[in-house]
Write a protein that binds this ligand. Structure first.
Ligand SMILES: [Mg+2]
Length: 492
């Protein structure tokens, strides 16, 4: 797999765009490819071309690409940014001697009036179909995950948990939507104690995150996680932990050899691992770290959920946040899970040599259900377009989530909690309220589906458009944001 774009890649992208411009510019007005190839040969081939002044200047393309980039680099947004870009284009046109700008560019830029209202707009021009816009906008697509995205991911996962938890045991999406309306809508919900506490999901997500934040590795890390799960179970009053979590954690013996493993449990396919592993993707976000992500997700997952449906759910949540950091298209996430991460996990289970036979025996359900879901949504090849039922409101979603589920309670298993999270992320885009409608206000295990989706959403979109009341006074806000900072430092 390719590594994600680093600072060096950003620098290479900008630098080589200029180099390509300059090299291509030499031949811009020669209309024969074979002639240009012959001319290149005369120069001793591409490897012999030393791009420098005065013979190899950049053209208008780089001049205006730089204008766009330098305007974006001011950090301005909205109208202010557009004014800044317009100003840079006007200025850029003063640096065009020998650079051959196109006709629409010359005419358009001459009509810009940056600094005046709407001065970044020009009259419609039916002749402006040239490549002058395409040549200068490459930098706009690059907005990598920052520390703020990490903090938003951890914080909003807790907010989603607290909001979803309110209705964890209400089995009707339409009823929950009505209840939210009675409260004045999502924007009116102020999440704080005592009415809006986080559930077991966030307590144990924090346990995972704070263990990872120690920077420990290998067995030492697993002992640390086990220790914090045991500690976390002391903070469960009113938080409704699941049965496998209670039982599994009670069997952990951190500090003793192998004390982070419990006996195989064929009934541990619940979502208890999936709800607490998102931070693993924040610790190991890069494609080349997949094997670490897999090892830590599998081993921490089976501390309470040794059934593959349980711990592969933990793998899915960790993988999806890593994909969010990578800016991998959401339409590919499910395919990556089934085709890349699950096979790696299967190999890892063999190598680790623990409960291999039982795990392989029970393996099939998780991947079969995921393949079924990807087919249903038209995502089997990872490209879409996503196929949606019509209509797909609260009542229809309850039915759909039930069909994803193992026993009728959507999101309560390892496979369908991340599945509902993904379904909601695909459908909501950057709209927080729509995300919550789909992932927190449904008749299934709403806190666990929300804790996963909201972590991914924060990593993608930050806190933009989220009513501050939804998270400002959230229980454990400091711990969530602090662990985000530590995980960012360890991973960047
Ligand atoms: Mg919960």
């Amino acid at each position: 797999m390719d590594s994600p774009a680093t600072l060096e890649h950003y620098k290479a992208g900008m630098l080589l765009s200029g180099a390509g411009d300059s090299t291509g510019f030499k031949r811009e007005l020669n209309y024969s490819g074979p002639d240009i190839h012959e001319a290149k040969k005369q120069l001793g081939g591409l490897k012999n071309i030393t791009v420098k002044l005065p013979d190899w200047s950049v053209s208008d393309d780089t001049d205006l690409h730089l204008a766009t980039a330098e305007a974006l680099a001011t950090g301005k947004k909205g109208e202010e940014l557009l004014q800044e870009v317009a100003l840079h284009y006007v200025e850029g046109m003063k640096d065009m001697t020998g650079r051959e700008p196109g006709g629409s560019t010359i005419m358009g830029a001459s009509m810009l009036k940056p600094g005046t209202e709407g001065g970044y707009r020009i009259p419609y021009n039916p002749e402006s179909g040239g490549c002058g816009a395409a040549m200068r906008t490459m930098f706009i697509g690059l907005s990598p995950a920052t520390l703020e995205h990490y903090k938003a991911g951890m914080l909003l996962s807790g907010a989603g948990d607290a909001i979803g938890f309110k209705w964890e045991f209400n089995y009707s999406g339409p009823d929950i939507h009505e209840a939210v309306k009675q409260l004045g809508g999502l924007k009116n919900i102020t999440v704080k104690l005592p009415d809006w506490s986080v559930s077991d999901d966030t307590v144990l997500h924090l346990a995972t995150a704070e263990a990872l934040a120690t920077g420990k590795k290998g067995e030492e890390l697993l002992q640390e996680v086990a220790f914090r799960y045991v500690e976390g179970m002391k903070d469960m009053t009113g938080r409704e932990p699941g049965g496998s979590t209670i039982m599994g954690a009670s069997m952990l013996k951190p500090g003793t050899e192998g004390g982070y493993r419990i006996p195989y449990n064929p009934r541990s396919g619940g979502c208890g691992a999936a709800m607490r592993t998102m931070c693993i993707g924040l610790r190991y976000p890069r494609p080349e770290q997949l094997s670490s992500l897999v090892a830590v997700a599998v081993e921490t997952g089976r501390m309470t959920h040794p059934h593959p449906t349980g711990f592969l759910g933990g793998l899915a949540s960790a993988l999806f946040t890593a994909y969010a950091v990578q800016r991998r298209p959401i339409t590919e996430w499910g395919l990556g899970l089934v085709k890349e991460a699950c096979p790696a996990a299967k190999e890892f289970v063999k190598t680790a040599g623990y409960a291999v036979e039982e795990t392989e025996r029970d393996w099939g359900y998780f991947t079969e259900k995921w393949e079924w879901y990807l087919e249903l949504r038209g995502l089997s090849s990872g490209t879409g377009p996503v196929v949606w039922p019509d209509p797909y409101g609260p009542a229809e979603r309850d039915k759909a989530y039930e069909s994803f589920s193992w026993s009728g309670w959507g999101g309560s298993s390892g496979h369908d909690a991340p599945m509902i999270a993904l379904d909601a992320l695909l459908g909501a885009g950057s709209n927080w309220e729509e995300l919550m409608n789909r992932v927190a206000f449904h008749g299934g295990d709403s806190d666990s589906t929300a804790v996963i989706a909201c972590c991914c959403w924060g990593l993608l979109y930050g806190t933009e458009g989220v009513p501050p009341g939804n998270y400002s006074n959230l229980e454990y806000r400091d711990r969530l944001e602090n662990s985000a900072e530590e995980l960012y430092k360890l991973s960047h």
